[in-house]
Design a protein around this ligand. Structure first.
Ligand code: G3I
Length: 335
């Protein structure tokens, strides 16, 4: 029997994983057992997104989200909510009026409020943190020019972010409210998010956490960049979480391995070990570290950016502990 990951980091932060409801369809099966043993925080991979919870205006569907929340509750596992406002996986009707024109700001905010009331309200007291807005910074390169030019932004400007936090706070005053994004180790992007949070704070908007997705690679970013990423937000006085951690074994889109080379297994393990040393250093502010998946079979990196094998997590396709796991639990077991 191997040590429970959540116990290894019990003094530091919650240790979690994202999963899809179908992974725990058999609540006593091996996948569910792995989750119960190692993780004390769960995130729904897709089931709480707008297209899943309100595909048609006013018609809410919670069956799959409930499966995850119920499973977590029965097993004493905390739940993170992901995500309320995003440019992706949001039905088109949200942004258009009955004549097919772009919705007015008033209509958009009314829909936003109704959605947030319903979703956050349903899980009030059951979800300890929400990704209120996800990926709102302009993508493209290392120097964002501003907020992402999503339909949210086109209709409402930056105010959509303010309203989202206000509505979420009203729906559950105890949930910790996060702004979540990827590549937060990029200096300019990070600064942009920092400045945005500061503007929101100055207006009294209840933004209470910054989420670092942390989808990283086998070679970059450097450990130092990850340290700097967490250090950069310290003086804002808010919580931080690593919300979607995984480590692709590739350095470009053309590579593809039949099986996981031993040399890379070891490299990945040592890198995870060093990264968790950094996380521990920031544990006074870092309240959770969540993997984006629990095992190497159930990972978005097997279809993105291309279909190929990948081994980004701590447990392999057969749910066996990898060197990456041992690096966190007992590094003497890593060759
Ligand atoms: O369920 C259908 C299935 O019926 C169909 O046969 C299949 C064919 O493509 O698609 C399945 O849906 C897919 C769904 O995941 C469930 O696996 C969608 O195509 C696919 O687009 C969707 O991808 C999700 C992605 O968000 C969408 O943007 C990933 O599972 C999910 O892991 C990923 O998560 C995001 C976070 O929310 C935000 N940060 C980045 C992260 C990774 O992209």
């Amino acid at each position: 029997d191997i040590p429970n990951l959540k116990d290894v980091f019990a003094d530091d932060f919650l240790l979690g994983a994202a999963l899809l409801a179908n992974e725990i369809a058999d609540v006593e099966g091996p996948d569910a057992q792995l989750v119960k043993k190692h993780f004390n925080s769960l995130t729904a991979g897709n089931e709480m997104k707008w297209d899943a919870t309100e595909p048609v205006e006013g018609q809410f569907t919670f069956a799959n989200a409930d499966k995850i929340v119920d499973f977590a509750e029965e097993n004493g596992i905390a739940v993170r909510g992901h995500t309320l406002i995003w440019h992706s996986q949001t039905p088109n009707w949200v942004f258009y009026d009955e004549n097919g024109n772009l919705a007015s700001k008033e209509l958009l905010f009314a829909r936003m409020k109704s959605h947030i009331d319903e979703v956050v309200g349903r899980y009030k007291g059951k979800i300890y943190a929400w990704d209120v807005v996800n990926e709102v910074i302009e993508p493209g390169d290392r120097k964002p020019n501003g907020l992402r030019n999503s339909l949210w932004y086109q209709i409402a400007g930056e105010e959509f972010i303010e309203k989202a936090f206000e509505y979420a706070h009203a729906a559950d005053p105890d949930a910790v409210l996060y702004i979540n994004d990827y590549n937060t180790h990029f200096t300019d992007k990070r600064q942009f998010i920092y400045d945005l949070i500061k503007r929101l704070q100055d207006k009294g908007i209840p933004v209470q956490g910054v989420g670092h997705q942390t989808h990283i690679g086998i070679a970059s970013p450097s450990i130092q960049e990850l340290d700097d990423m967490l250090a950069a937000f310290r003086d804002l006085g808010i919580e931080q979480q690593v919300t979607e951690l995984d480590m692709s074994v590739y350095t470009n889109d053309a590579e593809s391995y039949e099986s996981f080379p031993l040399e890379l297994q070891i490299k990945q393990a040592k890198r995870y070990q060093a990264i968790f040393e950094v996380f521990k250093k920031h544990a006074d502010q870092l309240t959770a570290v969540i993997f984006w998946g629990k095992d190497d079979l159930n990972t978005w990196l097997r279809t993105f950016p291309v279909d190929r094998n990948n081994w980004p997590l701590l447990f392999d396709e057969r749910l066996q502990a990898k060197y990456a796991y041992w690096a966190l639990v007992d590094p003497s077991k890593v060759p």
